[in-house]
Write a protein that binds this ligand. Structure first.
Ligand SMILES: Cc1ncc(COP(=O)(O)O)c(C=O)c1O
Length: 348
């Protein structure tokens, strides 16, 4: 009964099988192998146009390397204050950009709005005394399990074009957002103005592979150098590619995300029925935030259930009272319905 994260479970069997299959004979190294070539083509199909795609091993690397193409060392990147890039990557975006300044904005329910960025830009009036506004980054689905609508993404795309900024999407949970909206990958990205995407796979069944996908192909120029310099070009790249190929085959990525989202919805609906519990934020993907009396939390901690207490700013979620605690429950492609129902029994 582990709801600590979607990365606490293992590897989807289909992806494990693909790794075993790739483990035969020899193959060209450093991303010149046949599986990598197939994956590059597959991404063009998935996004219904030519894209440039580069595989890396972590979401942090995908984000930091993608942002390094968008913001100069003297640039500014606008994002949510509690976004992974701002709060959980140990300064990797600042490091890879060579010092770009992150502007963390306080948005409701894990999301920021174009108006917040616009407001922040009003302060950029002193030329080179301010950093140069360079990029906006949004997380889809967000760190609080909420999802930007297509119109919201479009509004960021419009603002980015108007102000000459680049738009990055942290898609560590891209598939969860996609099935939540029920749209196509193209609709959720480049058709709405996204220039580069960190495309996650690890949280949704892979062993460890993420992709940086460029829709603005100019940004991809020299990216192979950035990836190499960042230590993210694997000599045995075929094993990253094999994971991604399996992930994108037979709708595995979509089916896994759908299952995780369904389990989260079941959890959220179950909690909403219990009188002394309430949701911190609406569940729109595979994360559920529950506010509960401290006493209940302490009781739960003594059970076999695994979860994290979650701190968010007062404006980000429903307020958490002095005698209350908010916890985060994350579901995955392997979360079992019996675990969801078991947890609901424990809390009710
Ligand atoms: C929204 C988001 N982006 C990026 C990442 C980074 O992933 P990784 O742990 O692979 O670096 C995470 C991981 O938790 C995440 O939640």
């Amino acid at each position: 009964m582990n709801f600590a994260s979607d990365n606490v479970y293992g590897v989807d069997q289909a992806i494990m099988d693909a790794l075993v299959e790739a483990n035969t004979g020899s193959a060209d190294s450093y991303a010149y192998d046949e599986i990598t070539k197939r994956v590059e083509k597959r991404f063009n199909q998935v996004f219904e146009r030519d894209v440039k795609v580069f595989l890396v091993t972590t979401g942090t690397a995908a984000n930091a390397l993608a942002l390094s193409t968008m913001a100069p060392p003297f640039g500014a990147i606008f994002c949510h204050a509690f976004s992974h890039i701002n709060a959980d990557e140990c300064g990797a975006p600042e490091f890879y950009t060579g010092g770009a300044k992150m502007f963390g904005l306080d948005g409701v329910a894990g999301k920021i709005s174009p108006e917040m960025v616009r407001e922040s830009l009003k302060g950029f009036i002193r030329g080179e005394h301010d950093p140069k506004a360079a990029a906006i980054s949004i997380t889809q689905s967000s760190e609080l399990g909420t999802v930007y609508s297509l119109d919201e993404i479009q509004a960021f795309g419009d603002l980015a074009r108007e102000k000459g900024l680049k738009l990055h999407m942290d898609g560590a949970r891209f598939a969860n957002a996609l099935v939540s909206l029920g749209c196509s990958p193209a609709e959720m990205t480049w058709k709405r103005g996204v220039d580069a995407l960190s495309f996650g796979a690890t949280k949704n069944g892979a062993m460890g592979v993420e992709a940086v996908v460029f829709f603005d192909l100019d940004l991809a120029k020299d990216f192979e150098y950035r990836r190499m310099r960042g230590g993210h070009l694997l000599s045995k790249n075929r094993f990253l590619a094999a994971q991604m190929e399996a992930y994108l085959s037979d709708d595995l990525w979509l089916n896994n995300a759908r299952h995780a989202n369904d389990m989260a919805k079941r959890l959220a609906d179950g909690h909403a029925k219990v009188e002394y519990l309430r949701l911190g934020v609406e569940c729109q993907a595979n994360e559920v935030f529950v506010i509960m009396p401290k006493a209940k939390h302490d009781e739960l901690e003594k059970t076999e259930a695994v979860f994290h207490e979650w701190l968010a700013s007062g404006s980000d979620t429903a307020p958490v009272g002095p005698d209350e605690i908010m916890i985060r429950l994350v579901t995955s492609f392997l979360t079992r319905q019996e675990d969801v129902d078991g947890f609901l029994k424990l809390v009710s």
